[in-house]
Design a protein around this ligand. Structure first.
Ligand SMILES: CC(C)(COP(=O)(O)OP(=O)(O)OC[C@H]1O[C@@H](n2cnc3c(N)ncnc32)[C@H](O)[C@@H]1OP(=O)(O)O)[C@@H](O)C(=O)NCCC(=O)NCCS
Length: 333
């Protein structure tokens, strides 16, 4: 198989040359890191990924140290966009894990830059510290968005309820209902409406269309990438008269004792009235009652209304990472 020469004793090869069996030990080490760093049991995602790898449908690269697999990266295509799903390296004898990952990212970015069908690349590098690859993402065609991985210890008395915001009941004209699959379309419409002009729609362009918001929802509810969806701890806020959805909180199980909030949004005209807090209270209260120890979520650092709400609720920063967007059309003209 043809290999691309790079500095040091590292070989970077096409991911599709490798079987799931060859990549499994690396992915299992990565799952251990997800667990230790983010309290996230990544094994369901690992198994799904291994199935895709076995069918050789993922594009990406593998790093080899004297023939031994020591890193990988892959991307998936969504129309004109590519998402770098992961980059991970460990165990090269002379090169640091970060440098091996940098080599892999350099290769996948080069490949995508030269893919005429791709005009946009997105990635959220959750396992790495913000700024770790600042040198790679320095060009004007990149935009980098620092994001926070937050955690709230549900057993801590301060978490429920917060000292400075009085607990609130649902107002008479609204009702709080558990998620049902019938909510799909209306939930996607609400997500789309909530993210118009929002920074998160710069990071993830699925938010910019109804079709994209449906895909986003589908990924959360049906696939294990964001944990196993928990319908019992996912709530819709509905206007009793118009029947319109005006708020929602969605959560998933990411470890036996840890949940992750995958979506929280309130219709623009109802913000600042405590409904975000109400949804958080209901979700966290249910999780606590069911024996969960902690709940986590990610938020864009510049999203002040959300970050403030989470901080007041009792969330604290566990990790700071980067989301990147690459506009590949800017240097092809
Ligand atoms: C983030 C978001 C869900 C917050 O929803 P919200 O309903 O406005 O949240 P709350 O009203 O509970 O809290 C927001 C503020 O209103 C204040 N507030 C709470 N109850 C209030 C009341 N009865 N009257 C007036 N203000 C009130 C809160 O103290 C808080 O103020 P602060 O920001 O100064 O701390 C909402 O802004 C949103 O949907 N944003 C777009 C999507 C998004 O960013 N989601 C989060 C992604 S991680």
């Amino acid at each position: 198989m043809a290999s691309l020469p790079v500095a040091s004793q590292i070989e970077i090869l096409d991911l599709r040359h490798f079987s799931a069996r060859q990549l499994r030990p690396l992915l299992e080490r990565e799952a251990e890191l997800w667990r230790a760093r983010l309290r996230w049991d990544y094994r369901a995602s690992t198994e799904l990924l291994l199935q895709y790898l076995e069918s050789r449908i993922l594009h990406g690269f593998v790093a080899l140290d004297q023939g031994r697999v020591c890193g990988y990266t892959f991307c998936v295509y969504e129309g004109h966009k590519a998402v770098i799903g992961d980059a991970f390296a460990t165990g090269h004898r002379t090169m640091s894990d970060a440098d091996t990952t940098r080599q892999l990212l350099t290769h996948v970015l080069e490949m995508l830059r030269h893919s005429p069908a791709v005009d946009r690349v997105e990635s959220q590098l959750l396992l790495f510290d913000a700024g770790e690859f600042a040198d790679l993402f320095a060009g004007p065609e990149f935009t980098v968005y620092p994001r926070l991985f937050l955690e709230c210890d549900l057993g801590r008395p301060a978490a429920l309820p917060a000292a400075d915001v009085p607990a609130q009941d649902t107002p008479a004209d609204l009702e709080l209902l558990p998620w049902t699959p019938q909510d799909y379309q209306a939930a996607a419409e609400l997500i789309y409406a909530c993210y118009v002009g929002h920074t998160d729609a710069q990071i993830n362009d699925q938010y910019r269309s109804l079709h994209g918001s449906l895909r986003f929802l589908h990924n959360i509810v049906r696939f294990p990438g964001c944990g196993i969806f928990e319908a019992n701890f996912s709530w819709m806020l509905r206007d009793r008269r118009s029947r319109a959805l005006v708020g929602m909180i969605l959560s998933s199980r990411v470890a036996p004792e840890v949940a992750h909030i995958t979506q929280l949004c309130v219709a623009p005209h109802l913000r600042g009235r405590g409904f975000g807090r109400l949804l958080l209270d209901r979700c966290a209260g249910g999780l606590l009652g069911a024996g969960f120890e902690a709940v986590t979520l990610t938020v864009t650092e510049s999203n002040n209304p959300a970050a403030r709400l989470y901080e007041r609720f009792g969330f604290s920063v566990r990790h700071r990472f980067d989301a990147i967007v690459l506009n590949t059309t800017s240097n092809r003209r």
